[in-house]
Write a protein that binds this ligand. Structure first.
Ligand SMILES: NC(=O)c1ccc[n+]([C@@H]2O[C@H](COP(=O)([O-])OP(=O)(O)OC[C@H]3O[C@@H](n4cnc5c(N)ncnc54)[C@H](OP(=O)(O)O)[C@@H]3O)[C@@H](O)[C@H]2O)c1
Length: 294
């Protein structure tokens, strides 16, 4: 059994690499991991060559263009990385008989719902990032029938660039933070995502595939919901800067290049019903993450 991990040095890739090394490699699973400097997935010839040479049983793709606002000004590059590369990857995977785990986003929805989105709900992305990620989902599922697309949201960890690290940095400099309170979602740690992905990999090892009826899209986020302001307050309360005030502002007060969904809570029932996997609530996952912050 051989796993090819792409995007090894990103937030999620870092935790995936660590958990696969700790949990599966000692059991004889072979792991080949590539960061951006080893493989630019928008170099399609090289991407194909790596997959053909490695001949993995399973590809885990954590590589993506994730700078949501910057994406609005370079849509061609974003499409290459988030949509066209996954298509090439999925075709190459099918050619060597490999399965794929690919990640996507809550930003495929427009945020007009008032109850958690299911996998059956109509997508309607309103940003370049969301549109290209949706194209990537479709490309993976069209070109490889042995594939899981995992939509997650508000991803953070104790390493890398993310909302938690930004709040802690700002709290070290200021007495007061202003944070958007009218966007609601589910903050999700890379640790919770990596733990859940490990269970899916173990399913793959047992069953040899993700083919019908399990192949398809799944929502995978921590439980519960919060606004960015709720999330910031919980981060600050658990930090050494607990005296810092967090003020609630509106989306209109904090204009950004990319439009974000006002509500993007995802229902995780399909993941639980199919695989028996449930991620922790976001507050529990935050507590676990704060214990590891460097
Ligand atoms: N972050 C979120 O809030 C969030 C929310 C929902 C879904 N997701 C999805 O979750 C997955 C993991 O996200 P993440 O937060 O771990 O993102 P991340 O930290 O930005 O990691 C993505 C990795 O891909 C690399 N990359 C970018 N362009 C590449 C290319 N052309 N070839 C190879 N590698 C390339 C990045 O390198 P550089 O850092 O050097 O660019 C980075 O190491 C992605 O599919 C993302 O769309 C993320």
């Amino acid at each position: 059994m051989k796993i090819l991990l792409l995007g090894r040095d990103g937030q999620l890739g870092t935790d995936l690499n660590e958990i696969l090394l700790c949990e599966l490699v000692p059991q004889g699973v072979e792991l080949s991991s590539y960061g951006f400097e080893d493989l630019d997935i928008s170099n399609f010839e090289r991407l194909q060559e790596v997959i053909n040479d490695e001949k993995p049983d399973l590809i885990i793709n954590a590589a993506a263009y994730t700078a949501v606002d910057k994406a609005e000004s370079e849509p061609e590059l974003v499409a290459l990385v988030n949509a066209e590369a996954p298509a090439v990857m999925a075709k190459a995977a099918a050619a060597v008989n490999a399965g794929i785990i690919h990640y996507s986003t809550d930003y495929v929805f427009d945020g007009s719902a008032s109850r958690p989105y299911t996998e059956e709900d109509q997508t309607s992305p309103e940003s370049v990032y969301g549109r290209t990620k949706l194209d990537g989902e479709n490309a993976v599922l069209t070109n490889c029938n042995n594939a899981l697309v995992l939509r997650t949201s508000w991803v953070y960890s104790m390493h890398g660039q993310n909302f938690l690290r930004t709040m802690l940095r700002l709290a070290a400099e200021r007495d007061e933070l202003k944070v958007v309170g009218d966007q609601v979602g589910s903050p999700t740690t890379t640790r919770a995502l990596a733990d859940a992905t490990l269970k899916l990999v173990q399913y793959f090892i047992l069953n040899g595939e993700f083919s019908d009826p399990v192949s398809g899209v799944y929502h995978m986020t921590c439980g519960g919901q919060a606004s960015w302001c709720d999330f910031a307050r919980a981060i600050i309360a658990a930090s050494e800067y607990s005296d810092t005030r967090v003020l609630d502002i509106t989306t209109a007060d904090y204009p950004t290049a990319a439009k974000r969904p006002a509500y993007s809570v995802l229902s995780n029932n399909k993941l639980y019903d199919t695989f028996g996997i449930r991620l922790p609530d976001w507050e529990t996952a935050l507590d676990q993450c704060m214990q590891k912050i460097d």
